[in-house]
Design a protein around this ligand. Sequence first.
Ligand code: APR
Ligand code: PHB
Length: 389
Amino acid sequence: MKTKVVIIGGGPSGLLLGQLLSRRGIDNIVLERRSKDYVLGRIRAGVLEQGFVQLMQEAGCADRLHAEGIVHDGTVLACGGTAFRIDFKQHTGSQVVVYGQTEVTRDLYDAREKTDGQTVFNVEDVTLHGVDTDAPHVRYSVDGVVHHVACAFIAGCDGFHGVSRKSIPRDVRKEYEKVYPFGWLGVLVEKPPVYHELIYANSPRGFALCSMRSETLSRYYIQCAVQDSVHDWSDAAFWQELKRRIPAPYADQLITGPSIEKSIAPMRSFVTEPMRWGRLFLCGDAAHIVPPTGAKGLNTAASDVHYLYQGLRAFYETGDQDGLARYSEKALGRVWKTQRFSWWLSSLMHRYPDQSEFDAKIQMAELEFLRSNRAAQKTMAQGYVGLPY
Ligand code: APR
Ligand code: PHB
């Protein structure tokens, strides 16, 4: 088989890239290790930057997002029993849209099925060959039958545990990692959200976040110990702890119920450099991981896809290779700024087990500075709504 672009990974990165390329007539195939139902069963964050929304529009996949997404003009930060608001619209003229990643992925699959874009599920033993030549190819097997796909480019959209990053020679790759000393215990509940905007809370007992997926589906998180297991947390224990971490006016309004999903996510920052090796281009979680604090995982995958899509489009439409040549530099430039924002918000809002009394005083001073200083609020708002591509 032959195609222009082999996309490894049928998550948001791979699907968004595939849809954008297909709409420009750039032939591609998506190879996905799991089944479609498995991919759609993943529960992930749900705050979209305007850049992501615009890419979904360009991909022809934004109708449901516009119809069902909830536009947020700001967010609430709480500390010490009181709260203040960061007004995105006032500081940046921009907003974010609350719309679950599962729905994004569903919309992208629905759109791809209306095109002639080929998607192969349940692939195994994916290997990349000739990546540093002008004629790479990918091998994979399905049901024991080995397939060979000749291509011009390979997009590694296969997440942190995929094969693409590891296909870049170890002596070429430089990896950066920071592991945070806590995790996030998340609960999905079919109840109205406690407030119409998100609430990020720094309490003496640890971080908490009140989020949502719709007006009848809410998502809550509490910081937990790295060694915690979901089995350590009954629904009752979760609700009791969440109420102790958010200011009383919100806690008193909280509508609890049985969790329909409960999971613990580890917290880490990770970046690999370069994001390109020959004809292989890494996008999204294959290249970087952010702590979920700023909801930047999906949004940073989107900016990678934007840079790669523009580079491939220029190559095929005008022969210009500059976009592809500068892909890694441009993508990493925004990746590191987003890493900084996610690290900063995580450091501001979580209680660290080894936090000294001095550290705790600095954290409170940082929060008070943010509460009282317009320039500080503007800076946070710019980071939250997303830096320009
Ligand atoms: N071959 C084919 N597919 C693979 C392989 C492989 N060897 N390894 C992994 N995959 C698939 C996974 O099954 C998954 O569906 O690649 C896809 C990668 O998707 P994600 O992990 O969701 O990564 P990405 O598409 O970059 O999206 C980033 O997803 O994980 C969240 O927080 C992250 O919001 C961010 C977003
Ligand atoms: C979520 O709704 O899952 C969510 C929202 C905002 C975040 C992180 C997660 O910062």
